[in-house]
Write a new protein. Structure first.
Length: 334
């Protein structure tokens, strides 16, 4: 019990991890492991989920168990290591191993349908996406609080996996195509920038500074959470700032992220997200490396704030995610 209380006090993020087969689900539960494929999506997921975060498995429209992430590893030569078989996608014919791994500590045991109201935030994402087309889904704090009361406390220990000797690596990211070689070096794409920005804004100090520069200085950063992709009928919001505990109404701020120069179509897309949220969305935020003249000219009328990002990390080389995140700076320009 003290472990659960301390975790919730730290406001960990909560993710539902998609599992491809029943066999893989059983192996994940048996060994207290989660694994992500050797492509760029797996590297992104590995960066998203931190030690101390909470996760459940998602399979067959059901959420399975609650775990704390106690350790993360990126393993070399995973194609020859247990417990999962190689996975080949019929659409592309590509085969993947599972080098990106989370070691999990069981907290609660349950097997719940996503049709429960408590999982509405994730179920809506699945419905609007038409299926599990992602490795993971981030849920909000309301969902985590509900999951923390489901089922029963976990009492059975997981079975340690015999691995033998192996080596690990730290994932890196680059804009130089010649350096890219998954799984160890992936291309720097928008999801990685989104994750770095989300991690940056999880700091109450950084979020409070941004809110103040956006003329929301009366809003306390601790009342908000920053979430990954959120599906809407109009598309997918890159990031969503929302109140942790809305009372009567809930303030929401959608954030659109572009790695290069934002175009007018990006402003239009963000405005469509804002319209979908109606009166609960006073502003939107467009974050990019730069903005063309039409975006700068139209942002004010669209109630959109422009934020330029900069990185200390040299992406012509291959920095780690931590180097990208730690060298991130945000500047409000409009």
């Amino acid at each position: 019990m003290p472990t659960e209380v301390s975790l919730l006090a730290r406001k960990p993020s909560y993710f539902l991890i998609s599992v491809s087969t029943r066999e893989n689900l059983e192996l994940c539960i048996k060994h207290g492991l989660a694994g992500f494929p050797s492509g760029e999506s797996g590297a992104w997921t590995f960066c998203e989920i931190e030690e101390g975060d909470l996760v459940s498995f998602l399979y067959g429209a059901r959420a399975h168990n609650l775990y704390r992430v106690r350790k993360r590893e990126a393993i070399r030569g995973a194609e020859s290591l247990p417990p999962w078989k190689l996975l080949t996608f019929r659409e592309t014919g590509r085969t993947y191993s599972f080098p990106f791994r989370l070691h999990l500590q069981p907290i609660r045991v349950f097997n719940e349908l996503l049709v429960r109201a408590e999982f509405a935030y994730v179920a809506e994402n699945l419905l609007l996406r038409g299926g599990y087309s992602k490795t993971h889904f981030q849920a909000d704090q309301t969902t985590l609080q509900s999951a923390s009361e489901m089922g029963t406390l976990a009492e059975e220990p997981v079975l340690p996996l015999a691995m033998g000797q192996y080596t690990t690596f730290t994932p890196r990211f680059t804009r130089n195509k010649e350096l890219a070689r998954t799984p160890e070096v992936s291309r720097f794409k928008e999801p990685i920038l989104q994750s770095a920005i989300r991690r940056h804004l999880m700091s109450e100090t950084n979020l409070q500074m941004l809110l103040s520069r956006l003329s929301f200085e009366r809003i306390r950063a601790g009342e908000f959470e920053i979430l990954g992709e959120k599906a809407l009928p109009e598309g997918h919001i890159d990031l969503l700032l929302k109140q942790r505990v809305p009372l009567g109404s809930g303030l929401k701020i959608p954030v659109e992220v572009k790695t290069k120069t934002a175009q007018a179509k990006d402003l239009d897309q963000l405005r469509a997200y804002m319209d979908e949220m109606r009166g609960e969305c006073p502003i939107g935020i467009l974050i990019a490396g730069d903005f063309n003249k039409r975006v700068i000219g139209g942002a004010k009328d669209a109630a959109v704030k422009l934020v330029r990002y900069a990185l200390d990390a040299d992406l012509t080389k291959a920095p780690t995610f931590e180097e990208i995140h730690e060298g991130l700076a945000l500047e409000v320009i409009g």
